[in-house]
Structure formats: C-alpha cells, structure tokens
Design a protein around this ligand. Sequence first.
Ligand code: FMN
Length: 246
Amino acid sequence: MQKHNLDPATWEQFVASRRTTRDFLPTPIPQELIDQILTDAMTAPSWSNTRPYLVGVASGDKLQRISEAFLARWEQAAKALLSGFWGKLKLLITRFGLPKSDYKVNRRYPAELKPRSARIGAELYGLLGIKRDDHEARQAQWAKNYKFFGAPTSFFIFTHSGLGEYSVSDAGLFMQNLMLSAHARGLGTCAQGASALWADPVRAEFKVPKGYKLLCGIAIGYPSDDVVNSFEANRLPIAEIVLGGK
Ligand SMILES: Cc1cc2nc3c(=O)[nH]c(=O)nc-3n(C[C@H](O)[C@H](O)[C@H](O)COP(=O)(O)O)c2cc1C
C-alpha cells in the first residue's frame, strides 16, 4: 500500500461535504484544471485495468448546441406530458420528443426504492417552494438540466457495451473520483441522467467509436450562492444497506 498524509477525520469531513450542485456561475474552467481532474479520475480502479469508458468534454458553442437540441426535444416532451392523452398520442406519432437513449434511462422505480426517490423529490422541490401538483413549475425546474444548470462545461461519459455491467461499474468509480477531485478544487458537479435521455445531440459533437454507449453527463463549474445549492439530500444509515445473516 502506498503512503499518504490525509488524516481520517479530514477525509470523513471532505467526502461528506460533497453535494450535488444545481446552479453554477458561468466562469470558465481553465483547461489545465479540467485535465487535472480527469487525471485524478483515472486513478480509479478498473476491471482488468481496461478503462472501458470514453469522455466527451463540451464547453462554449459545443455545449450550447447540445443544450439547444436537448431543450427542443424536452419542450416537445413536456408539452405532450401536460396536454394529456392527445398530446401523448401526438408525441408517439412524431417521436421527436421521445427519449432516444443508448441505455434505458426512464425506468420505473422498484417498489422498495420508490420512497427514497419520492423523498428526494419532495424535499428538493419543497426547498424551492414548488408544490407537488404544480406540474409546470416542476417541469421548468427539470428543464434546467438541459442548460446544465448554467455550468460552463459538461462531461459526457460513454461506456463500452462489450463489458456489460462492468464497464458501467468502472465508469461509476471514475465518475466518483472525478466529482471528488472537482470538489477538492472548489468546483461543483451534477451527475445527470437527464443528459443521457437523447444520445443523438451528444453523438453529433464527438467521434464516438462503435460499441460505446452514452451513460450520463456530469455538469461541472463553480457553484453559485443560489438556495438550491444549500440542499442536503438525506443520507441513509448503513443499517439500510448492510445485509442481515440467514
Ligand atoms: C447517475 C446519476 C444520475 C443523476 N442524474 C441527475 C439528473 O439528471 N438531475 C439532477 O438534478 N440530479 C441528478 N443526479 C444527482 C442525484 O439526485 C444526487 O446525487 C442524489 O440526490 C444525492 O445527493 P448528493 O449528490 O447531493 O449527495 C444524478 C446522480 C447520479 C449518480
């Protein structure tokens, strides 16, 4: 094992203090900083050291084009969702706003996990003063995903389908390293499943080799003082995840 100087109390405080950022300043991130964060992320473990992932880095015009394409699709989908049966039917016929993801993104939550997801939704929207039945306000909040919450840069993570679940697991380890590295350097991040709902606008901006699928995005930038960034998602006690014996 290699030696390090980090004391456990500092680590404990550091890792617990990372929180998802959902409002960013437009301040650009220097290229050296992006490179350093990616270098840190590459120290994550990986199945047989294969690193079965690729990263698209988008800022400026590239990110703007992706944002516009996402928003056009989201607006169609959101309109149809609000307009009931006929709107949904039109969406089915035109298909423009329908998700065209590489991985299945919009899954139904298993019954035992649904309350956890409902809780985060209720608490986040509660902090923002958005009522449960205010569908328009909820949609407007969700649409912020497609402006990357104002972030100047977004990573787009692709994984090799040939390694199945293990490429996704490796990408998860890489992503967590990346997000902690950003946090250590005063940057905030938001992992975004929302960015994987439509793969074509992202694929249009990068040379993606055959076999790679878009897993998700990570918006990155300097956090603003907006109230949304004071949100603290609940953290489950370990008793909720440690299995009992037979
Ligand atoms: C793979 C993945 C996808 C996510 N997608 C979104 C998203 O599309 N939009 C969003 O606002 N947050 C998204 N999140 C952030 C989670 O909601 C957040 O991590 C969780 O509520 C715990 O909060 P914390 O990160 O502040 O600890 C995603 C997180 C992960 C790991």
